[in-house]
Design a protein around this ligand. Sequence first.
Ligand code: CO
Ligand code: CO
Length: 305
Amino acid sequence: MLLVGTETSDDAAVYQISEELAVIQTVDFFTPVADDPYLFGQIAAANALSDVYAMGGEPKLALNLAAFPNCLDIEILGEILRGGADKVMEAGAVLAGGHTISDEEPKYGLCVTGFVHPQKMWKNYGAEPGDVLILTKPLGSGILSTAVKGELAAEKEIQGAVKAMTTLNKYAAELARGFEVHSCTDVTGFGLAGHAMEMAKGSRITFVIHTEKIPVLSGAQEYAEMGLIPAGAYRNREYLEEDIESRICGWREDLLFDPQTSGGLLLAVTPEDAGKLMEKLSGLELPSAVIGEVTEKQKNFLVFI
Ligand code: CO
Ligand code: CO
């Protein structure tokens, strides 16, 4: 029986096999977001695996999806696949083959199958008034990528962004599994605003986001203030704007629409659990933060303050 399909724009499809077992299925691939092929492989794999974690599940099986130009050195493809394989292994899943086609621009990603208990699945709706919102990675990877393309980003800033993008959401998800998670998604191409909007709309409530509490990648403020905003951020803003009440402006607002690659988890948990979960998350390498709360439905689904 299909538990999660396309209707709720959730992170992955979920199909129930038995009372105790449901399979999660997801696929994601894209063009290089890093110059180093090994790092690109890691980022693409971490991003694809993330949708399984965002459903509360564990990845079990992965297949490579790759596109590669004939004119490029085949060793580059080898490095991309090695990066992906390392992340799949770190996830505790099995990489069992895949498919590569010839194409003008390299592309890489994974098709991932995961397991979850049908009753313990995290949906992208179900947040309740009073819930606290936790984000488990800093924002700004789209802005940083734009700065890298403009050859403006400093080495340390690039490393910070790469660290965030290659880190599996596995670690935050494992800690959150001990608590009552009302709703969860991962923050990717639609930015924090877009993914928060899906959760808020699906739950028919309002998310109040305290924007100054959001962790930010080093350099993102500076480059956003310089106007290094990716095109996707403008599209996200245009698409979402009318459902948002924003009391802020400038770079902090741009950051909310910034498309993320392999971004963190956005979790809605009870206020009782939030403190305990934050205590655990503070032991991880990347900064997590309480970034807002859920209220009864107001005029708009999202409020930025
Ligand atoms: Co997702
Ligand atoms: Co996805």
